[in-house]
Design a protein around this ligand. Structure first.
Ligand code: ZN
Length: 162
């Protein structure tokens, strides 16, 4: 890593390890002396900030992937693995199958055990999925369709975040 040096004008300058620009040392954050020979970070301030922005964006993306809500297709797929794969193997296979959507072992386990995303039993209730499926055949508006149903019979799946 190039250390700070005096340029031809007698100013302390340093080359950034990322953008390679030679800049006055004031453009660098101080570094713990143990970790650098000149007391400055190897990256200039702008590059340091850019790196943090990038890391924050990456973390935010990861959080978004983790908090993706499960749709019926996901839940059905998970349920199909019951008895074939362990909860852990299912969670792993799930993120491969659904392009890196993450799901926790405990969510899989709770789906396997019908604690969340339970299948409504009996013909007295209908799930939101059945409701939406029926709506596609209905010629009126969605609102009219929902009104045409007995709302007590509509069972909404619980959110499956694990
Ligand atoms: Zn830089």
């Amino acid at each position: 890593m190039p250390a700070a040096y005096l340029d031809e004008n007698g100013d302390w300058v340093k080359q950034c390890s990322t953008c390679k620009e030679v800049q006055p040392v004031a453009q660098y954050y101080n570094h713990t002396p143990d970790y650098s020979n000149d007391g400055y970070k190897p990256r200039c301030r702008e590059c340091t900030k850019a790196k943090h922005r990038e890391e924050n964006a990456r973390r935010a993306k990861k959080r978004r992937q983790q908090s993706n809500k499960l749709d019926k297709i996901h839940v059905d797929w998970i349920r199909e693995q019951k008895g074939k794969l362990s909860t852990r193997a299912t969670a792993k296979a799930f993120s491969k199958r659904f392009f890196n959507m993450k799901i926790s072992n405990s969510t899989v386990s709770r789906i396997f055990n019908n604690i969340i995303h339970t299948v409504p039993d009996g013909e007295d209730t209908m799930s939101i999925y059945d409701l939406l499926e029926g709506a596609s055949d209905f010629s009126g508006s969605v609102e009219e369709y929902i009104e045409s149903k007995d709302e007590k019979k509509i069972k909404f799946y619980r959110d499956g975040r694990g």
